[in-house]
Design a protein around this ligand. Structure first.
Ligand code: SF4
Length: 905
């Protein structure tokens, strides 16, 4: 918004006139003109506390010095930040602090980047009037990953306030009085919180530090590289700090990246995967049944020769390729180009198939975009937010912070449809902030969404312009929801029509509304249909197409969005453009100087089926691990074992790599350059921080070398050259910058949807429990028990889902994250546990017709009765209990839910 005269204030700071927005604090106004007023307790993210008194300034006509961190600017104000009086005041504050500070700078990890050191240096309080003995706090064990040294604390309370105001975790509190105040956590046990690392980052001295890097460095030894975290689709900017080729620590600066300096545990403590001792450092070739170390030359020649033989004998259609969405855009782009040009097939897919494709395909179907129409900033500014199946704190923690900010700071109305109950725990709970919470099991989300739409229709909340534009669509949807009776919705959704109507009214009346859709929808049966239905909700309430409004699918993997945009999926070319899009094919052929194969693509499960039946004889697998990601009932392992050639590019000898004929060691993100595209659709630079481990090479480079040996050279000298090629092909890819530019719906596509597209599956989507893919049929009594909220007998809906402390299977090699969470446990509601005679830590057997496993139980108030949740990072045994069904429209394999019996082991 343009700044008007009314909105700004003119003042003078140190003799220089400055104009700033009304309401700006003096400390910020000074910072904007390059004057840094010393401070400890102030931080732009936190409400002013003015407790340290370090930021005192002189303000003309005000008799006493004022704290610049809590004083807003005023028209004509004259501020002096460096007079003798002010400097003396700074000196006095430092004298007070230093009276108690241990001055153990030589052994403090903050030494060399400490505010207290810097201010002491600047204001030189060389003598002290205090003769008293310094305070000494007894040393306490704080946590496995965080070290506290309270003797160094300056009592600014930034850590406490960050934990409360930003994270909503409330894990820390000041204890004691006066100089004896120290920061403590609650309970006589190590700290138990979200471990976001925020307290470590925000501490201005060395009172709270990371144990992972303790005593390993002095700041001047560290080299820094700004790059992007690989653990989820939020795409946080991190600064990897290195010494030699060792990763020492991670930081994220305030003001940097889409995360604005905030991180989660995975981003802050999970960086040791790249330098794990199990990393593959040499190529391996299978000889006499064993994988034997080989040279790159031998390994590449072996692959090229064998691939050429198979291609000659069976053609390109005997090949398939699979790549992880954790790779860079450059890797993904070269992979699909390699498969299409060097091999000659469209049989390729990526891990975006596990769910994100459901979101993107629904967006393309309804509004013709493949990206969000909103940004993180829009979430913060939204009037109403509807979260469906997001498990947001665990799955997309930084998007979760934006939601918290919207609610806590801006008063947004939050509606949550989550498998969660409002309950206080050690991890923040979005349901606690919700104005309208619907705690339903994941297979009941559809019932709640249909209830919201029915309420919109019956309460007369359908937007008039839509009724005029698409009367047939509005009538069809209206008729469909009218046909679903309220009692059926109430029973299935475990709620009341009154609650749904109230939520619908709040959502409809908001001037800006956003729907965030998580893995609980995208990776559950019927995910693509429910995503489309949520777009209907946005359309009906008249929010669709308005600035700051949209339906936003949340990406689980860091580059799910990029994988689809690079064309590394069965149905799309780079763009994404449909495989049959002739204009796109011509554009790509012009760039590639070769035609794109005309043959159809194959999704992950289809490729495995073809491998099982012998149609596919060779597979290139890049960073993906279908043998472990998919449950045994998918028979992925058997399919891979049948191949004549399986080539894996990997960091570790995974379950899939162990089956390969050739394993090629790949670089991690910390060793390569390129770009990732985050969940918002923002393309961000990835920069190498360390040199490749052993002989590992970037994935694109390996594929490029293979293409040369196969006589179809796809050559690049550096990742930058690939980025440039992608940009010349896809202009949207060039939007590197501080903030993404959200896409706009394509009106022609929307018109098609409103005229006829909606009707394709309307009956299916608007039929209660209409998903054909419901994982297991339940007995009537079990269903009734769940709906009433009390478990019946020992039958549970088992869900495997994301933990806050892990992501996929790589994070279980990060020593910091393993210190926070090293095993999986079955989380159940205490009421269910009580009924079954279980306590925290009880051993239980989980079983169904597919198999059984044993584990321990963890009681959690936030888990609804009848639901049992297990973290997917430790679920190798649990996978035996789940079957796989493929979405008939999108080919997404659903395997996150099962019906099981839980009993004492
Ligand atoms: Fe950010 Fe996601 Fe990484 Fe956490 S895992 S630091 S939220 S990108």
């Amino acid at each position: 918004m343009a700044t008007t005269a009314v909105d700004t204030v003119k003042l003078t700071i140190d003799g220089v006139q400055v104009t700033v927005p009304k309401g700006t604090l003096v400390i910020e106004a000074a910072r904007q003109m390059g004057v840094m007023i010393p401070h400890f307790c102030y931080h732009p993210k936190l409400t002013p506390d003015a407790n340290c008194r370090m930021c005192l300034v002189e303000i003309e006509k005000v008799p006493k010095l004022q704290t610049s961190c809590s004083t807003p600017v005023a028209e004509g104000m004259v501020v002096r930040t460096a007079t003798t009086v002010v400097n003396e005041a700074h000196k006095s504050v430092l004298e007070f602090i230093l009276a108690n500070h241990p001055l153990d700078c030589p052994v403090c990890d903050q030494g060399g980047r400490c505010d207290l050191q810097d201010f002491s240096h600047e204001y030189t309080p060389t003598t002290s009037r205090f003769a008293e003995t310094k305070r000494i706090f007894p040393k306490e064990y704080f946590s496995p990953v965080i070290e506290t040294q309270m003797n160094r604390c300056v009592q600014c309370l930034r850590c406490v306030r960050y934990c409360d105001q930003v994270m909503d975790v409330n894990a820390l509190a000041p204890s004691g009085r006066g100089t004896m105040t120290e920061i403590k956590h609650f309970g006589a046990h190590p700290l138990d919180c979200e471990f976001c690392g925020g307290c470590v980052q925000i501490c201005p001295v060395g009172a709270i530090t990371s144990r992972l890097s303790m005593y390993e460095f002095r700041p001047w030894m560290l080299k820094r590289a700004d790059t992007i975290c690989t653990y989820c689709g939020d795409g946080c900017q991190i600064t990897l700090q290195t010494k030699g080729n060792d990763l020492i620590e991670v930081m994220s600066a305030h003001g940097a990246g889409r995360n604005n300096g905030d991180l989660c545990a995975r981003g802050f403590f999970g960086y040791h995967v790249s330098t794990h001792e199990d990393r593959l450092t040499h190529p391996l070739i299978r000889r006499d049944g064993k994988l034997i170390q080989a040279t790159w030359e031998d390994a590449l020649e072996y692959v090229a020769e064998r691939a050429m033989q198979l291609k000659l004998a069976h053609g390109g259609q005997a090949f398939a390729g699979l790549i992880a969405s954790r790779c860079t855009n450059e890797d993904l782009y070269v992979f699909q180009k390699f498969m299409r040009l060097a091999i000659g097939t469209n049989k390729l897919d990526s891990s975006a198939r596990y769910g994100h494709i459901n979101g993107v395909r629904a967006l393309r179907r309804v509004q013709g975009t493949h990206r969000w129409t909103v940004t993180f900033e829009d979430i913060v500014d939204a009037g109403a937010l509807l979260l469906v199946g997001t498990n947001i704190t665990e799955a997309n923690p930084i998007t979760g912070l934006k939601v918290k900010e919207a609610v806590k700071k801006n008063g947004a109305s939050l509606i949550t449809v989550e498998a969660l109950l409002p309950a206080v725990g050690t991890i923040s709970n979005i349901a606690n902030l919700s104005a309208h919470h619907f705690g339903a099991h994941p297979d009941r989300f559809q019932a709640v969404v249909l209830g919201l739409i029915k309420a919109v229709v019956e309460e007369g909340l359908v937007a008039q312009p839509l009724t005029q534009r698409a009367p047939a669509y509005v009538k069809a949807v209206g008729d469909a929801v009218k046909a679903v009776a309220w009692p059926a919705i109430e029973q299935a959704g475990g709620t009341t029509s009154a609650a749904l109507k109230e939520a619908a009214r709040d959502f409809a009346k908001a001037s800006r509304a956003i729907i965030l859709v998580g893995q609980g929808v995208l990776r559950q049966p019927g995910g693509s249909g429910l995503m489309t239905t949520l777009l209907d909700l946005l359309l009906l309430t008249g929010h669709h197409g308005l600035a700051g409004c949209g339906v936003a699918p949340l990406a689980e993997e860091n580059n799910d969005q990029g994988a689809i945009e690079m064309g590394a999926v069965a149905e799309y070319l780079p763009g994404p453009a449909d495989l049959g899009d002739q204009a796109a094919r011509r554009r790509i052929a012009q760039q590639w100087k070769e035609e794109v194969p005309q043959t159809p693509g194959r999704t992950l499960l289809e490729m495995l089926d073809e491998a099982r039946t012998g149609t596919v004889k060779a597979m290139f697998v890049v960073g993906e691990n279908p043998a472990a990601s998919l449950p045994p009932s998918s028979k992925a392992k058997e399919a891979l074992e049948k191949l004549d050639l399986l080539v894996c590019q990997e960091l570790f000898l995974t379950e899939t790599a162990a089956l390969a004929h050739v394993v090629l060691p790949a670089c991690s993100y910390a060793e390569k350059d390129g770009t990732f595209t985050n969940t918002e659709g923002h393309v961000q630079p990835v920069r190498h921080a360390i040199e490749p481990l052993g002989e590992s090479r970037p994935d694109w480079e390996i594929l490029s070398a293979l293409s040369v040996l196969m006589g179809a050279p796809i050559e690049y000298g550096a990742a930058k050259e690939i980025t440039n090629e992608i940009r010349s092909l896809l202009p949207d890819h060039g939007l590197l910058g501080p903030a993404p530019k959200p896409s706009r719906p394509d009106d022609a596509v929307l018109t098609r949807y409103l005229q006829q597209g909606y009707a394709e599956d309307l009956g299916e989507r608007y039929r209660l429990g209409g998903s054909k893919f419901e994982p297991a049929r339940r007995s009537a009594s079990a269903r009734e028990g769940e709906v009433r909220g009390s478990g019946q007998g020992n039958e549970f809906t088992l869900v495997s889902q994301q933990s806050l402390f892990h992501s996929g299977k790589y994070s279980t090699r990060a020593k910091g994250l393993l210190q926070i969470q090293s095993i999986g446990a079955l989380a159940v509601n205490p009421a269910d546990a009580g009924r079954l005679g279980l306590a925290d830590g009880s051993r239980v057997r989980i079983s169904n017709q597919l198999g059984e496993m044993t584990t321990t139980v963890k009681l959690q108030d936030r888990i609804p009765e009848g639901l049992a949740v297990f973290p997917e990072h430790f679920d190798q045994d649990l996978r035996r209990l789940v079957s796989v069904t493929a979405d008939p429209q999108t080919g997404v394999p659903y395997y996150k839910t099962a019906r099981v019996k839980v009993e004492r082991a």
